[in-house]
Write a protein that binds this ligand. Structure first.
Ligand code: G3H
Ligand code: 13P
Ligand code: ZN
Length: 326
């Protein structure tokens, strides 16, 4: 295609090296979702300041929201911003939950260095077929591909399933061999969004199925595994949101200790969207509650961006273990 843009021209990296180092080092690469400039700046600065590799992650609907042409230049701008700060951290631009070959191809032709084909709602053979099609196109251009086996529970805009079907370890080897994917998202009890479990106040959430993860690791040793739906739903932000006029009483996420355990295993990529949304929303609500006359977006988006930087640094340092690895 004459006017295609390679990610290499934007200064981006694919995920191959990141995952190999994360696997060897027993940590996970953070994959933070974004839709707008403040989120992108917050993620980049958080990773620059904590010296962490980063995957910038965009869903199909986020790409539509930002505009696909704008998005390409935003990603390039993010790389340039990091370099201007004197940072050489590797930065990937990844399509999150791609649902068709056409979408994946469009992203690959417009500067993405990594794509997910999420065919997990299809039967095994159909999932493998579409994923293979994406892998063939992507690998020609040195773009890495994430597949998914097993279905997560939870509801998040366009990513919605009422029940969870854990990944069947006995299917993993065949899927990886048939598709040629570079990494695989699995279902072991996480879910998307801010309401991951229905628990009574004070009750512990059900633990992730590390037994399934171990079984998968045995079948594909050293193969990069991805954990979706991995926000902790940080209680401090839920408290702030509720204190300043919001209503998110039953919000609950994955305990950080379990995420640390996952990061030390074959899980090389941990997806975080909800926690970033919550951090910004909490601060924006606080500004609006305390300064009801404020109407300059910089006065609420600015502090929200600062909070996101802190959240990203905290995650990289204390949960994923990616800080200092770039
Ligand atoms: O896993 C889904 C991500 O959180 C993206 O959500 O479709 O609302 O952009 P979105
Ligand atoms: P959370 O909703 O837990 O942040 O998960 C995000 C995700 O998996 C994006 O693909
Ligand atoms: Zn996801």
């Amino acid at each position: 295609m004459a006017d295609a843009t390679s990610y290499k021209d934007l200064g981006l990296a694919n995920t191959k090296d990141m995952f190999r180092k994360a696997m060897d080092g027993g940590y996970a690469i953070p994959a933070y979702n974004f839709n707008n400039m403040e989120q992108l700046q917050g993620i980049i600065m958080g990773c620059v300041e904590s010296k962490s590799p980063v995957i910038l992650q965009v869903s199909g609907s986020a790409r539509n929201y930002a505009n696909s042409t704008m998005l390409k230049h935003m990603a390039e701008g993010a790389v340039q911003m990091a370099r201007a700060e004197g940072s050489a951290i590797p930065i990937a631009l990844h399509l999150d939950h791609g649902d068709s070959f056409e979408l994946a191809r469009s992203c690959i032709d417009n500067g993405f260095s990594s794509v997910m084909l999420d065919g997990s709602h299809h039967p095994f053979d159909e999932n493998a077929r579409i994923t293979r099609q994406v892998v063939d196109y992507a690998h020609e251009k040195d773009v890495t591909v994430e597949g998914e086996l097993g279905v997560l529970a939870g509801v998040e805009d366009e990513v919605s399933h009422e029940v969870s079907h854990y990944t069947k370890p006995e299917e993993v080897e065949e899927f990886v061999a048939k598709t040629g994917v570079d990494s695989l998202a699995i279902s072991i009890g996480t879910s998307h969004g801010a309401y991951k479990f229905k628990v009574k106040p004070g009750e512990a959430v059900p633990p992730l199925r590390f037994d399934i993860l171990e079984e998968i690791e045995k079948r594909v040793p050293g193969f990069p595994i991805v954990l979706h739906g991995a926000s902790a739903v940080i209680p401090q932000y839920i408290d702030m949101i509720n204190r300043y006029g919001g209503k998110m009483d039953d919000a609950v996420g994955i305990p950080e200790e379990q995420l640390r355990q996952a990061a030390a295993s074959a899980v090389c990529k941990i997806n975080i969207d909800s926690d970033g949304r919550l951090a910004m929303t909490a601060v924006i609500r606080q500004v609006f509650a305390e300064k009801p006359a404020e109407f300059d977006p910089r006065k609420y988006l600015g502090p929200a961006r600062e909070e996101l930087i802190e959240m990203v640094k905290q995650k990289n340092e204390n949960v994923l273990g990616s800080a200092g690895k770039a």
